[in-house]
Design a protein around this ligand. Structure first.
Ligand code: GMT
Length: 387
């Protein structure tokens, strides 16, 4: 199949999922065309079977707000026509589903029908889409898509309830490549941990875009409690609006030499296996991809009991779930595991087993391929074109 994929190419879960999906599809012989304003950050540009098409956005002075959605629609239309794509798959409803709809309508004028598929990721529904000013257009984008998937059952239910859409939504959970995200051998792990911690010291990790919904400052507060009781280090991977608050808290708790701000990192699969625990104290997660990536590396998460997280983490088995903002409970959960190596070991094993048995790329990619085939079969595709 020839698939056009559009996503936000910068740091964010939906862009990561879209990019990893493209990589996996190309690896299994499909042709993938990314259509975005910049190259998705996890692509090197050298992957076989993957093509990148930049969307140029005019900065004409008349435009106070450059019309990216329209530039994207034009580019989608031209790429779909020129490369004879079979399907456009957009990640994140706003504005991608609308741009794809426009491209689809333009293509019909050229005698080409190409189906559009939308994957809902979370904030497009819970934050952006639920904003009254975006709600009607988001609902329209969802209803006009030829196929809609959601990354968790939670997000599906929330979309149906809040948007009152009459649409089949299929749940296809997020995935991780368990061959790339995997534990390190004992010696390699011990050697790499020395970069941050001495022998016998624990390592905790938090990975996010530091937006308020991630509650990154809570990760520092949880860590401060842990560090009061035992020698430990916290790796903070990512960057964003709340980073300075996190820095301020680390300083206030006198933890500058224990909290390591690593900024945006391209190869998180090399850092995650160094940790003992992941901290994900988010206000809301529709899935919680960072925790899945950690779990695949044998690193269980202390997370919040919200959104789609319980579909990934089974409290007490492969991680721990606490109430949002309950820093004390999360610190206590972390300490209980760090002070009991046998418990931590069992949970780490369960975390990796969950990733492998339920969320591995090999299990999830075929669901997308089947969904594509069904949508194309149901709606007809570009291959029906006259030329
Ligand atoms: O959470 C963010 O700030 C980014 C956002 C995105 O769309 O890039 O993440 C959402 O999609 C991820 C990938 O499907 C999910 O793992 C996250 O849980 C989800 N975030 C929220 O629902 C807040």
């Amino acid at each position: 199949m020839k698939i056009g994929i559009t996503c936000y190419p910068t740091y964010g879960g939906s862009g990561v999922v879209a990019t990893e999906l493209g990589i996996e599809l190309a690896a299994s012989g499909h042709e993938v065309h990314f259509i975005t304003y910049s190259q998705p950050f996890r692509l090197t540009g050298r992957e076989e079977g993957i093509f990148y098409h930049e969307v140029p956005v005019s900065n004409y002075p008349l435009f106070d707000f450059p019309p990216y959605s329209l530039a994207l629609a034009s580019r989608m239309c031209d790429v779909a026509d020129y490369y004879k794509l079979d399907l456009l798959h957009v990640h994140y409803a706003i504005p991608h589903a609308i741009s794809a709809y426009l491209a689809q309508q333009m293509l019909i004028k050229r005698g080409i029908h190409i189906p559009v598929m939308t994957t809902l990721h979370g904030t497009d529904i819970t934050l952006v889409g639920a904003d009254q000013s975006y709600l009607p257009i988001t609902r329209f984008g969802i209803e006009e898509s030829d196929g809609v998937t959601s990354i968790s059952a939670y997000l599906k239910e929330r979309t149906l309830k809040e948007f009152r859409v009459r649409k089949e939504i299929e749940v296809i959970p997020n995935f991780v490549n368990c061959d790339i995200y995997q534990p390190l051998g004992t010696e390699a792990r011990a050697a790499s941990r020395k970069r941050f911690a001495k022998e016998g010291e624990s390592i905790l990790v938090h990975l996010s875009n530091f937006r308020p919904v991630k509650r990154a400052p809570d990760a520092v507060l949880i860590f401060a409690e842990v560090a009061r009781k035992m020698p430990a280090h916290l790796l903070l991977i990512g960057d964003g609006p709340d980073r300075s608050v996190a820095e301020w808290l680390a300083k206030r708790h006198n933890l500058q030499d224990r909290v390591h701000f690593l900024g945006k990192q391209n190869s998180v699969s090399e850092l995650l296996p160094l940790a003992d625990l992941m901290l994900m104290p988010s206000e809301l997660e529709s899935f919680g991809l960072a925790s899945l990536e950690a779990m695949a590396c044998r690193v269980p998460a202390i997370a919040t009991n919200v959104g789609g997280i319980p579909e990934l983490i089974d409290d007490g088995y492969n991680g721990r779930l606490c109430a949002v903002g309950d820093v004390d409970a999360m610190a206590a959960a972390a300490l209980e595991l760090l002070e009991s190596p046998a418990k931590l070991e069992a949970m780490a094993t369960a975390a990796r087993a969950t990733a492998q048995s339920k969320f591995c790329a090999q299990k999830i990619i075929p669901l997308y391929v089947k969904f594509y085939a069904d949508v194309i079969g149901r709606t007809g595709s570009a291959s029906n074109r006259a030329d």
